[in-house]
Write a protein of this length. Structure first.
Length: 564
């Protein structure tokens, strides 16, 4: 009988990872009762195993650690861990048989490819006909593989993918959390089939990837995806489309058609995946007539999009990309001028000006961008434009202008990057005077004491006492975030302010979570020798004053301020 310890070792050795001990123990029981009905070794590292479950028989596909990507897939609906108990039993059986072969010096089973290489076409045909006669599923697969026309094949896979969704969605047209794992498994089997067809039947691989993509995007709106299965399915389908596009240029027309279909899909747009399909299109070396066709679609799409919408901006930029692919960049830039109010479009003109050393024009474009953003009340975009202007001034070596822009940005956003930019563009000897001016400006405006960057600046520049007093008055909550920085220079005053806050807060709060936060602040004060002495005294007062608050006393005990 295999112990839990042995099973852990075997699972790590064969696969490289394992499920929880509960699942492992259940798998050991299945293995011990001989639930592994049969298994076949497809390749040296790939196995197909059949395990008898309590209510049904399950098929597993297992790839061992000999490869870079080991995996365990089971047809059961229960594996919500890394793999299920059937997977554990199957792996133990694989290991057991492997050890038996080595121990008794038996010959490993002949691989399937070796066997088939010795079979004549006549024997193979007879076998396939005999199997198909009694296995209708196998018969249908043979027919589909060898006889379906392009249209029939495309329709067949769409129906198959839709059928998977319908079979699990039920009357409510919704796949619940439990059923989502079955959906992922069934879709993965279809996707794996497409992977095997990429080189031999690339069009069929595309039809499967397209059908699966449509089903998965539909499922994203009608499935509980708490486990995050949708994303990996979308990635797998996209990879198949890329692989077909990369391996065979003759299929580019089909790739274009499928990518366009998904690019225009409303769910794909809403989920933010349309960009992926456009990137696939422009990455191909498409003939000019295909690019012209794409251009017509994009220009038509621009007319239907709302002005200033995200989709509108993206479509405009995509149109420009296609014009560039057609070597019509001048036409593309003329086209973009109509949309220059969009920051993403304006950036293209700015970058072109900078690349051609037309700095005055670039500055004009940026200044206009700032004005537009200010009118539209878009402070975030104003800051982005000012950052671009700062970079432009630094490129030209205009230190005075660069310093002033960096200073304005710092007073707006208090980011350390802007402080560094000020220092880069100011003589070192002038920094102390400038820092003092900025610090005094900050100290006169209470709003800055709700910004960490402003407080950090004051402390770095030596305004410890002034900052301490302002925080006590304007933002005592933030005071504790910087408490440890006040201790070296202002310990007595910092402890005094902290204790005042604790006492006032103790009067106000009445919840256990509030008491817990209070004791955390008390621990912070107690880190220094003087602070610890003050906290001991404060705890004695609290014990007397608040003995009617059992939750507070309990939290003080947990924090070890009251000895039990």
């Amino acid at each position: 009988m295999i112990t839990l310890k042995d099973a852990r070792r075997i699972l790590n050795q064969v696969i490289g990872y394992r499920p929880s001990d509960t699942i492992v123990e259940r798998g050991i029981k299945l293995f011990d009762i001989g639930a592994v009905a049969r298994f076949s070794q497809i390749k040296s590292d790939i196995f197909q195993v059949e395990v008898n479950g309590e209510t049904d028989d399950y098929t597993l596909n297992i790839q061992t650690k000999r490869t870079k990507d080991p995996f365990v897939e089971c047809s059961c609906p229960y594996d919500q861990d890394v793999y299920c108990k059937h997977g554990v039993a199957a792996i133990l059986q694989i290991f057991s048989d492997d050890q038996d072969i080595r121990k008794n010096k038996k010959t490993a089973p002949t691989s399937l490819s070796e066997i088939l290489s010795k079979v004549s076409p006549k024997e193979m045909t007879e076998f396939l006909l005999a199997k198909a006669e009694y296995d209708l599923g196998f018969q249908e697969e043979l027919r589909n593989y060898f006889t379906l026309s392009k249209d029939d094949s495309e329709l067949y896979y769409k129906k198959t993918a839709e059928g998977i969704f319908r079979s699990l969605a039920g009357r409510n047209h919704f796949i619940d959390y439990q059923a989502s794992f079955s959906y992922e498994k069934k879709m993965n089997r279809l996707i794996e089939k497409a992977e095997t067809l990429v080189r031999v039947k690339p069009k069929e691989a595309l039809y499967i990837a397209h059908a699966c993509s449509e089903s998965v995007f539909k499922a994203s709106q009608q499935m509980d995806d708490s486990s995050g299965l949708i994303g990996s399915l979308i990635d797998s389908c996209q990879q198949i489309i890329r692989n077909v596009a990369d391996t065979n240029k003759n299929n580019q027309a089909d790739v274009l058609k499928i990518c366009l279909s998904l690019y225009e899909n409303e769910i794909v747009k809403d989920l933010g995946f349309s960009e992926d399909y456009f990137d696939m299109i422009v990455s191909m070396e498409l003939p000019s007539d295909s690019l012209e066709f794409l251009l017509k679609i994009l220009k038509k799409k621009i007319k239907t999009e709302k002005n200033d919408s995200y989709q509108m901006k993206k479509t405009v930029l995509h149109t420009y990309s296609v014009l560039k692919k057609l070597n019509r960049e001048s036409e593309g830039l003329s086209f973009l001028k109509s949309y220059i109010t969009h920051p993403e479009v304006r950036v293209i003109f700015i970058e072109q000006c900078i690349s051609e050393d037309r700095f005055a024009e670039a500055e004009k474009f940026i200044s206009e961008g700032i004005q537009i953003a200010q009118k539209k009340k878009q402070p975030g975009i104003v800051i982005q434009w000012k950052e671009d202007l700062l970079k432009l001034m630094e490129i030209q070596g205009q230190k005075v202008s660069a310093f002033q822009i960096a200073k304005d940005l710092f007073l707006e956003d208090c980011d350390d990057e802007y402080k560094l930019a000020m220092q880069r563009n100011l003589p070192k000897k002038d920094w102390k005077k400038t820092a003092d001016e900025i610090a005094n400006y900050i100290l006169t405006r209470s709003a800055y004491f709700h910004r960490y960057g402003a407080i950090e600046f004051l402390l770095e520049e030596g305004f410890v006492e002034e900052t301490l007093e302002k925080l006590q008055k304007d933002n005592s909550h933030t005071f504790f975030d910087f408490y440890s920085e006040f201790i070296p220079k202002q310990e007595i005053r910092a402890i005094e302010i902290a204790l005042q806050y604790i006492e006032e807060e103790a009067k106000r709060i009445s919840s256990r979570s509030g008491y817990k936060r209070l004791t955390q602040k008390m621990k912070l004060i107690a880190r220094s020798k003087l602070g610890k002495k003050k906290i001991v005294s404060l705890t004695d007062r609290f014990t007397s004053l608040y003995k009617h608050r059992p939750a507070m006393i309990d939290e003080l005990k947990k924090a070890k301020f009251i000895k039990v």
